[in-house]
Design a protein around this ligand. Structure first.
Ligand code: NAP
Length: 471
């Protein structure tokens, strides 16, 4: 029963799925290898046509897919619809730009004794994507759209609590016209990932998920000398300086913390506020967090639904209780409601110390940690004081300070006077324990390509092979 749709707003098991047998997994891998042989010989124009059709299908299917996601993991229906729309947009983005991103890159041929020299991008083959439940369509799509446009094929091991979304994706690309085997879902548990990744037909892996899962998949890939991209957790700082528009910062902070019911890797999690504006910001944040309406995720008026899993809710609750036990003040929330399902209210906690779990750990729920600082340097010290480095946010109207934050924040992404968001136009990823590699942008499509150096001589005696040094 571990692969199952369980409604987080009631805790009721709605549908269970059997894990694939060894033979079924073998069939998927064989189809992936065949699919790669077919897909690699297609043109960018073919793939762009199919990818655009996938975007059209997503738009047609939007409401049904959104309802399915809401049922499987509890995000609000409104945000689920927006997620589907974003997937369609990113599919069109890669359909339009893949060929340009992967065009041959000329080198200075004369400088290296060649008549022609360039780098060329080739697809690598089947790529295993181990994906999380929090943005069950978007996390997969932002891997799949560039991967398929490059000519790779995708194998999806989705989180066990979003099997229906996995099966929808399994069909989507085939319906759009991609060859059989170009994209398939593997209905397996995480313990079966090792066997798939070890298979010689699988050339690389990408994982979006927790630090522990990242370490495990990277270790297996390392054993088999396969490339990985890791998009892991984060505890993003949100710094508010005296020149900021404090009311606007508090408004955006509330969304940045509570989007997706507080379960986003790039949610702002630590609010680091300058002494001069601390009280004003804290009051505004508490007022806004307390005003959020928690309830049926399908209802239009709902701001925040349940957490996706019972385990996730228990973890958040324990992190807050640990802080409170050690002297932190809970300014709002902090008590789970007495009802079925995995609910946890918007919560603000302050007076946090390094001894508390919340100080260093990611809190994957609608809980804001509030920190008081008295200078720019102290703000940077607290902001950079975790092992993570995914997104970061700073609020200041001082142009010199904006420049300094862009340099000094140790993260993969810096958003000034805004909240961290993913755009196809910008690279997405982190440093430190938040992972490595990048998704989206031109960089994202190049991650799973073999960048081949090509040197062409005149056919005479000079050039590589005839020179004194080669390596
Ligand atoms: P998770 O438990 O790590 O699960 C993610 C995926 O990894 C699931 O498919 C899971 O399968 C699989 N998995 C878990 N342990 C594994 C292992 N030892 N070997 C192979 N696969 C394994 O994470 P989650 O709870 O679903 O998602 C929350 C985490 O993801 C948070 O830390 C969040 O910050 C991070 N995240 C990061 C990004 C980003 O872009 N950086 C985006 C979204 C989420 P099962 O479901 O079968 O266990």
């Amino acid at each position: 029963m571990s692969i199952a749709t369980i409604d987080p707003s009631t805790g009721r098991v709605l549908k269970t799925f059997d894990e694939m047998t060894d033979q079924q997994v073998e069939d998927v891998l064989a189809r992936a290898a065949d699919g790669f042989d077919r897909l690699r010989t297609t043109t960018f124009a073919d793939r762009a046509r199919w990818m655009s059709t996938a975007a059209d299908l997503l738009e047609v299917d939007r409401d049904d897919v959104a309802r399915m996601m809401t049922t499987e993991m509890g995000k609000t229906y409104a945000s689920a619809k927006a997620e589907v729309t974003k997937c369609a947009m990113a599919s069109r983005y890669y359909a339009a730009h893949a060929e340009r991103f992967l065009a041959d890159e000329p080198a200075d041929a004369a400088a290296i004794g060649a008549v022609q020299a360039y780098s060329r991008y080739h697809p690598m083959g089947p790529v295993l994507a181990v994906m999380p439940w929090n943005f069950p369509l978007w996390q997969v799509l932002r891997f799949a759209a560039p991967a398929l446009m490059a000519g790779n094929v995708g194998l999806l091991k989705h989180a066990s609590n979003v099997p229906q979304t996995a099966l929808y994706l399994d069909e989507l690309f085939r319906r759009a016209g991609f060859p059989a085997g170009a994209f398939q879902a593997l209905m397996i548990e995480s313990s079966a990932v090792e066997r798939v990744l070890a298979d010689p037909r699988v050339r690389a892996a990408t994982l979006t998920g927790s630090e522990g899962a990242g370490r495990s998949v990277a270790a297996i890939a390392g054993q088999h000398i396969k490339k990985t991209v890791l998009e892991l957790g984060g505890s993003d700082p949100f710094v508010v300086m005296p020149s900021a528009d404090v009311q606007r910062a508090a408004e955006v902070a509330t969304v940045a913390r509570c989007q997706n019911n507080g379960q986003s890797c790039i949610a702002a999690k630590r609010f680091i506020v300058h002494d001069e504006v601390f009280d004003a910001f804290a009051d505004a944040l508490v007022a806004r967090m307390s005003a959020l309406r928690m309830g049926d995720p399908m209802a239009e008026e709902t701001d925040i639904g349940p957490l996706a899993t019972e385990r996730g809710r228990a973890e958040v609750e324990e992190q807050v209780q640990d802080a409170a036990r050690q002297g932190a003040r809970v300014l709002c929330g902090g008590q789970r409601p007495d009802r079925d399902g995995w609910w946890y209210p918007p919560t603000v906690v302050t007076d946090l110390t390094p001894a508390m779990r919340m100080y260093a750990e990611e809190v994957f729920g609608p809980v804001a940690g509030l920190y008081r600082v008295s200078s720019y340097d102290e703000a940077i010290e607290v902001a950079n004081g975790t092992d993570y480095g995914l997104g970061s946010n700073a609020w200041t109207r001082d142009p010199a300070e904006q420049e300094r934050f862009a340099t000094d924040l140790d993260a993969g992404m810096v958003f000034i006077n805004g909240m961290t968001t993913s755009y196809p136009e910008l690279p997405f990823g982190g440093v430190g324990n938040s992972g490595y590699g990048r998704e989206l942008s031109a960089q994202g499509i190049r991650e799973f390509c073999n960048l081949k150096a090509v040197w062409v001589g005149e056919g005479g005696a000079t050039g590589p092979g005839a020179g004194a040094h080669s390596e």
